[in-house]
Design a protein around this ligand. Structure first.
Ligand SMILES: C[S@@+](CC[C@H](N)C(=O)[O-])C[C@H]1O[C@@H](n2cnc3c(N)ncnc32)[C@H](O)[C@@H]1O
Length: 264
């Protein structure tokens, strides 16, 4: 699908997003967003801006990504630096680059928007040049749809999602949405679907995530749309065994409430 949201230009950003998501123009919306972001980044670099990365927009904020990366590095999850990590819906790749900076060496960033992947590669080469780090391993960025993924032969110790399930779950069923109801094991559920979540692709999402995780692996999922109960329900409808790390969830909440206080 081509990036084509010119007709949204006159509408304020947040409204444009809702319109495009609910109209199943989500792919075009993201592609358009990343084209703009890459233009702004390139302009900032050309202007000699000492911190061109300030142009990157990160869904739950950059500090949230730094906190998350430190949690991954910490004792709770005990993730080795060479463990396979997947960032699903990586966008501009900021999170992968934070992980890389902490010493993680086996990272895949996946996004279904080619424009996101182009931007993420640009961000990665910026950081590499900054550190004269042109030789060593970097993040592998892959243009792929998590609902119909080509990574099916790979398995990951940890999968991170910041806002991608939210985007997928906003898809209106049966309106020609791209990538819904598919996936490794994704099939329409016959159960009643009062919330529309099942037919939105969320079930296919959980099935595919479960298939991509190695046994005992972790899904670190950040959502602004779903309660814990909904997540649990979606996971069980997808028949994937999901045990909640309640202690970690509590700590994330406390951290973000503390930050909201600081910022208000
Ligand atoms: C809310 S943005 C979050 C981006 C990034 N994770 C962040 O925290 O800034 C959601 C991202 O998911 C991607 N996305 C949405 N649906 C997807 C799908 N089915 N497969 C892969 N990526 C998808 C979008 O292109 C977008 O980059």
């Amino acid at each position: 699908m081509a990036a084509d949201s010119d007709h949204l230009e006159e509408i304020p950003e947040e409204v444009a997003m809702l319109v495009s998501m609910l109209g199943n123009e989500h792919h075009a919306y993201w592609s358009n967003t990343y084209i703009k972001e890459l233009n702004e980044l390139s302009q900032a670099m050309a202007d000699g801006n000492p911190d061109p990365m300030e142009k990157l927009f990160v869904w739950f904020g950059k500090m949230n990504m730094v906190y998350t990366a430190n949690v991954i590095q910490g004792a709770d999850l005990n993730i080795r630096h060479d463990a396979a990590i997947l960032d699903v819906g990586c966008g501009n790749g900021f999170f992968c680059e934070v992980l890389h900076a902490l010493g993680f060496t086996n990272i895949v960033g996946l996004d279904y928007s080619m424009e996101a992947i182009n931007l993420a590669n640009e961000v990665q080469s910026y950081f590499r040049k900054q550190k004269s780090d042109l030789q060593s391993w970097g993040t592998r960025y892959v243009c792929d749809d998590v609902l119909n993924t080509s990574l099916e032969k790979e398995s990951f110790r940890l999968i991170h999602d910041s806002g991608t399930l939210d985007s997928i779950a906003m898809t209106v069923p049966d309106r020609g949405a791209r990538g819904t109801l598919g996936g490794l094991h994704g099939q329409r559920s016959d159960s009643q679907d009062e919330t529309g979540l099942e037919s939105s692709g969320a079930i296919g999402y959980f099935r595919n995530i479960a298939a991509l995780l190695e046994p005992g692996g972790f899904l670190l999922l950040k959502t602004c749309n779903h309660s814990l109960d909904e997540i649990q329900q979606l996971a069980s409808s997808s028949s994937c065994g999901l045990a909640m790390c309640k202690g970690l969830i509590r700590r994330f909440r406390q951290w973000s409430q503390g930050r909201n206080h600081e910022e208000s």
